[in-house]
Design a protein around this ligand. Structure first.
Ligand SMILES: Cc1cc2nc3c(=O)[nH]c(=O)nc-3n(C[C@H](O)[C@H](O)[C@H](O)COP(=O)(O)O)c2cc1C
Length: 437
């Protein structure tokens, strides 16, 4: 693809309450159950011709601080969080072209169920279904499903290999043209074209066929974020789109080169998988206002260090409450998101835990983009030119109709006017739009 034309998508961190305590978030304590705000967001994204919305998930209430749930509940950190497959269905009904990608983790849903949920989503959306494949990160979530802890990080990816095989085979268990709907013969489905898969693996088995029927896309879109060695390898093998958060242009480029070269080794054309880089832009009417907001982000990051550390521990499966904040970071290991922890430690370069978490919480993920729509559009163009493609994944920590409008109505029209992003969808189905350029 031409790096001067790129894709856009949205990372919705949580499908219910997210920005508790932030201004302009509406009447959150009353409105969150209705999902109305998130439907407005989905419509806004479609107006801006985004490729997709990816609905994040975790499937437990955090307890990674003093072995207590208090800090998570009091601050509404990743709780309450609704079932993404349900919210995805509403979003599909509220839109016509946007790709809808719920997160379904491999330890929590049997592969047959995932194939059926995402297959059904693909059907009811007319070919816009996707699945964010994650392997989980928390033993607390495992305990909600009767396990003592999650399998080891690399074993999870081995299990995921079998899992994805089953899901793909189930999606393929209906040949094209299986539904004949012949009124003369009275036959709806041709039995010759619907097959069992009879998969027997070391971790999972499934007979098939999928009873929900064929998917409009054939295979719905698979999204994945792999940061570790096995994570990246998995993404290179299976993903149609990768969401990634390497910090800095050099690392973004390295990540892209690495995944693309692995794709070639697996016999895949690297242009068939689009990499989206996570950013959290601050877009305001003037440079001064945007700079002020960025400074506020840093000021806020220095407050409530316990909340910041609990959130970081939540994503890395660590309880950091016993660690001295004002001493250099001790050796830390996780069975959760390994790349997040590695990146945090690498970046911290001798800082104390307090300093490191402040720096971590004040950044805008891959690169900091701050300014007027015109300025930010220019920054994004330069970043893409250097990295080589394929797009950006927006995430805002303070999701509200107002903050999202700074992107949809402020930034995106500027990107479109410069010819950097699409003004209208070229196709009806998700994968076709993803592969359009
Ligand atoms: C943009 C982005 C979105 C992610 N969304 C989720 C999610 O919703 N749920 C989840 O359990 N993990 C999520 N992850 C974590 C990844 O699935 C993966 O575990 C993480 O990138 C670490 O990879 P590694 O385990 O290979 O180190 C996300 C990661 C990124 C970069």
């Amino acid at each position: 693809m031409a790096a001067d034309h790129f894709h856009l998508a949205w990372f919705l961190q949580g499908s219910s309450i997210q920005a508790w305590g932030e201004p302009w978030t509406g009447n959150i304590s009353e409105d969150w159950m209705t999902a109305d705000m998130f439907l407005d967001l989905a419509r806004g994204m479609e107006r801006a011709a985004f490729d997709y919305i990816l609905i994040e998930d975790s499937i437990y209430v955090g307890q990674n601080w003093q072995n207590s749930r208090d800090i998570f509940l009091k601050n509404g950190m990743s709780v309450p969080r609704q079932e993404p497959a349900v919210v995805a269905t509403l979003m599909a009904a509220a839109t016509k072209r946007l790709g809808i990608v719920p997160t379904l983790s491999t330890f929590a849903y049997h592969p047959y169920l995932t194939a059926r949920i995402v297959g059904s989503l693909d059907q009811i959306s007319g070919g816009r279904g996707g699945w964010n494949m994650v392997t989980g990160s928390s033993d607390f979530s495992a305990q909600n499903f009767g396990m003592e802890k999650l399998p080891d990080h690399d074993v999870r990816y081995l299990m995921a290999e079998e899992y994805v095989s089953i899901v793909k085979q189930l999606w393929g268990s209906w040949e094209p043209g299986a539904i004949v709907a012949d009124r003369k013969t009275g036959i709806l489905i041709d039995p010759e074209k619907v097959h069992t898969i009879d998969y027997q693996g070391a971790y999972y088995s499934s007979r098939g066929p999928l009873n929900s029927g064929p998917c409009p896309q054939g295979l719905p879109v698979i999204a994945q974020a792999g940061g570790s060695v096995s994570g990246k390898q998995f993404a290179a093998k299976h993903a149609d789109t990768i969401v990634a958060a390497p910090r800095g242009i050099e690392n973004m480029k390295k990540y892209r080169d690495d995944v693309r070269s692995q794709m070639r080794q697996f016999g895949r054309d690297p242009d068939t998988c689009k990499i989206f880089y996570l950013i959290s832009p601050i877009v305001e009417e003037t440079m001064e206002a945007a700079q002020w907001k960025a400074e506020q982000r840093a000021v806020n990051a220095a407050k409530n260090i316990d909340v910041r550390l609990a959130q970081f521990g939540w994503s890395t499966n660590l309880d950091l409450s016993g660690v001295d904040w004002d001493a250099p970071i001790p050796e830390l290991k996780t069975n959760g998101h390994q790349s997040s922890l590695t990146q945090f430690i690498e970046k911290s370069g001798g800082k104390t835990l307090r300093e490191a978490i402040i720096a971590h919480s004040s950044g805008g993920y891959c690169v900091d983009v701050v300014g007027t729509p015109d300025h930010v559009a220019g920054q994004m163009k330069e970043i893409m030119e250097e990295v080589g493609g394929d797009g950006f994944l927006f995430a805002l920590g303070n999701v509200s109709r107002r903050s999202v409008s700074t992107i949809m109505d402020g930034l995106v029209p500027e990107l479109q006017q410069r010819g950097l992003t699409r003004k209208a969808y070229g196709h009806e189905q998700f994968r076709d739009n993803l592969l359009e350029f």
